[in-house]
Design a protein around this ligand. Structure first.
Ligand code: GLA
Length: 391
């Protein structure tokens, strides 16, 4: 990476950071409803290298993207045409606004590199935001001495950037997983309170397999923000019979009492998913803690069905992958992960079944969609970190 930086800028980088992408095991579209999620950080993610310059400009280059940008440090604002540098600039703007004592005093030459498969729904943008927040809270002179609180703040900076500079009204899950990840653990996070627990994912003889649809369909901000709005409508209508702030406050028993209050049929389906998914997530985490992986897998599969039928965020490619996976002996559960539409599924597969899984699911998927899937055995890694750099 140092060599790449020198090739890009003609001098060495001074610092280097890494933040991971994530895969969510269960708890989908619950985060912005005040519910729980259960993601893990991955071993792939985004790297950022930087060196100060004397020119009071931010120079942005990426090994993944051809566009380069040069922006004066006193002219930070959203750039047009979905410029990739928005994910970087936005974080600097948010840091300065959330921490007025932290300001940019110099220009920087900056290089990004990411190895999260593009468009896979494994949070390449959250990785970029969190790595930027980590680097620039340090450069701009604000760092919390409490590591846990600091990492949560990095996630909040990344989320605010996504809202304001990318226009996606996302929940906190992706940035939180990237900031707070821990090797071989999933994060059981309550998105209302931000309390969380690292739960070991030690699966004897079972692997977490990610299958990539390579679908041309992507979760766009429109379809995502629609879901956020539909959930708000459901909350408003439920408030006629029961005061709640978030859908996640409702248990399945409450649901039976309040569902009639939702007159909008689409909002009702969305809310039914959220209430069910919140209950499934806590049941799944208990099951994992008790070593009941069979039950965990069944709940993953039930999660997909609910996301397909009630939340309507799966689409033909994700359904084809999940439905083929359910037919394979040695698959404990399989579901879409992340926002949906295109992207990836996550499956629990017994070691001895992995080859058969890849062959059967790959073939069925191609038959149904004409596309080729890709498979990765997930390595669960740590959250954002500063790396040593050779000078
Ligand atoms: C995207 C968002 C997250 C979360 C998931 C769905 O990844 O960025 O905040 O809402 O979709 O669970």
């Amino acid at each position: 990476m140092q060599i790449a930086f020198e090739q890009a800028y003609g001098h060495k980088a001074e610092k280097m950071y890494f933040a991971p992408g994530r895969v969510n095991l269960i708890g989908e579209h619950t985060d912005y409803n005040g519910g729980c999620v259960f993601p893990c950080a991955l071993s792939f993610g985004a790297w950022l290298l930087l060196a100060k310059n004397d020119d009071k400009v931010l120079r942005y280059k990426s090994l993944n993207m051809p566009q380069t940008y040069e922006i004066a440090i006193n002219a930070i604002k959203p750039q047009p045409d979905k410029a990739w540098c928005n994910y970087a600039l936005g974080c600097l703007d948010i840091i300065a606004r959330r921490h007025p004592e932290a300001q940019l005093k110099s220009g920087y030459d900056i290089l990004y590199y990411g190895n999260v498969p593009a468009g896979a729904g494994l949070s390449s943008s959250a990785a970029m935001e969190v790595v930027t927040a980590r680097a620039f809270t340090e450069e701009m002179g604000w760092q919390d001495s409490d590591d846990k609180a600091y990492r949560t703040e990095l996630a909040l900076i990344g989320q605010a950037c996504e809202h304001e500079y990318a226009g996606v009204m996302c929940g906190i899950m992706d940035q939180f997983a990237s900031a707070q990840g821990k090797k071989d653990h999933a994060i059981y996070l309550n998105c209302d309170t931000m309390d969380f627990e690292h739960v070991p994912v030690k699966l004897e003889g079972i692997k977490v397999v990610i299958s990539n649809t390579h679908s041309p369909h992507h979760l766009d901000s429109g379809a995502y923000n629609d879901r956020v709005r539909q959930c708000k409508t459901a909350v408003e209508q439920i408030n006629a019979v029961k005061p709640i702030k978030n859908l996640a406050e409702l248990t399945p028993d409450d649901w039976r009492e309040v569902e009639k209050a939702i007159t909008d049929p689409v909002a009702k389906k969305r809310a039914r998913h959220v209430v069910g998914e919140v209950a499934r997530t806590s049941e799944a985490v208990e099951a994992l803690k008790n070593g009941n992986i069979q039950l965990f897998g069944k709940l993953m599969t039930a999660s997909h069905v609910s996301l397909r039928d009630d939340y309507e965020v799966t689409g033909p490619e994700l359904d084809a992958l999940a439905e083929a996976a359910w037919q394979v002996d040695g698959v404990l559960g399989s579901r879409m992960t992340g926002g949906g539409f295109g992207g990836c599924t996550v499956s629990l597969v017994r070691d001895e079944a992995i080859e058969a899984f890849k062959a059967f699911v790959g073939e069925e998927y191609e038959k149904k969609t004409g596309l080729k899937a890709d498979f990765y055995v997930a390595e669960i890694g740590d959250g954002v970190s500063k790396l040593k750099i050779e000078m």
